[in-house]
Design a protein around this ligand. Structure first.
Ligand code: TYD
Length: 336
């Protein structure tokens, strides 16, 4: 039977991919996107959905209760992506992280409780666990966030759990690893370094570049969300791992090779304070629901890099704002 799905943050990177996927995969679903269009949320990201009678866009903020009430009216499923997500920004200016990620999630949960939705998927992050020096975190591992961003997401994650236990709000939590793909805002490692390399500008690698991340292709990520949304057990959390653990320097080299640029563009810079060394997840609980990642990492990374190379019209309008912000980050880290 047709469902109405509210996607908050649906004009952002992963949210917009999920909106496109649901529209195609479920021809009887109505998709409603609520997005504040701050900086990483961009209406252009939803271009393929504009004009579709099954798609509605609402411009608004998850911190605003009335807006959320209007957006959630008549909704069956919620996928709550809306958040401030960039670690470096959270180090320089944590305010918006606390209000959007924590208070915004609180507002979403309160309205879900009041209106009685069928399922509420809260998109958390692997960063809530902190650094995994060895082994891999399971959903039972303690939350030990390092950055203000990770702490704000941990706060939201715990609130979602509390709303399930206390009020029975049908919450499902996902904790995905580092995601990459087209339309990711060029402040995150892969799009940032790609755009820099396209301009023959140095790639500022933090510290020794040996930090490790487990990379998850966006297509695999949204298939996992589909599985959890429809088949996950309410009240449970699910890790989503890419199964592609690589050091930052390895990822940087693939970006440079793909674009035919020299490795000499790599420049080691002052490390990010509180920098987590490694993220690693045990995703056996999700795999038991029948999901596994399918993308080949190197192929997906090369295709992603080439997507940015072929779509300068997507990143050119945001390049100047990103460059100004980035100078601010580097001055701040260097001056510590
Ligand atoms: P990022 O994309 O910011 O994601 P996260 O911090 O959530 O994992 O960074 C990925 C890794 O790349 C992380 O270890 C930090 C590193 N990094 C750099 O070395 N230089 C940079 O300019 C950026 C943005 C990230």
């Amino acid at each position: 039977m047709g469902k109405t799905v509210l996607i908050t943050g649906g004009a952002g990177f992963i949210g917009s991919h999920f909106a496109e996927y649901l529209i195609q995969r479920y021809p009887d679903y109505q998709i409603r996107v609520l997005d504040a269009l701050t900086y990483a949320g961009r209406r252009e990201n939803l271009a393929t959905l504009e004009g579709n009678p099954r798609f509605t866009f609402i411009h608004g903020d998850v911190r605003d209760r009335q807006t959320v009430q209007r957006a959630m009216e008549g909704v069956d499923y919620v996928a709550h992506f809306a958040a401030e997500t960039h670690v470096d920004r959270s180090i320089l200016d944590p305010d918006a992280f606390i209000t959007t990620d924590v208070y915004g999630t609180f507002t979403m949960l309160e309205v879900a409780r009041q209106l009685g939705v069928e399922r509420f998927v809260h998109v958390s992050t692997d960063e809530v666990y902190g650094s995994a020096d060895e082994g891999a975190f399971s959903e039972q591992s303690p939350l030990r966030p390092s950055s203000p961003y990770a702490a704000s997401k941990a706060g939201a994650d715990l609130l979602a759990q509390a709303y399930y236990r206390t009020y029975g709000v049908p919450v499902l939590i996902v904790r995905p690893s580092n995601t990459f793909g087209p339309r990711q805002y060029p402040e995150k490692l892969i799009p940032f370094f790609t755009v820099r390399a396209l301009h023959d500008e140095p790639l500022p690698l933090y510290g020794d570049g040996q930090q490790r991340r487990d990379w998850l292709y966006v297509g695999d990520h949204i298939r996992a969300l589909d599985v959890v949304l429809h088949r996950g057990q309410v009240g449970e959390a699910y890790n989503i791992a890419g199964g592609n653990e690589r050091t930052n320097i390895e990822v940087s080299r693939i970006i440079l090779h793909t674009l035919g640029k020299p490795e000499s563009l790599i420049q080691f810079v002052q490390d990010r304070p509180g920098h987590d060394r490694r993220y690693a997840l045990d995703d056996s609980k999700l795999r038991a629901l029948g999901w596994k990642p399918e993308a080949d990492f190197e192929t997906a990374l090369r295709e992603t890099v080439l997507w940015y190379a072929q779509h300068p019209e997507w990143w050119q309008p945001i390049l100047q704002a990103q460059a100004e912000y980035r100078r601010f980050v580097e001055r701040w880290y260097a001056g510590r």
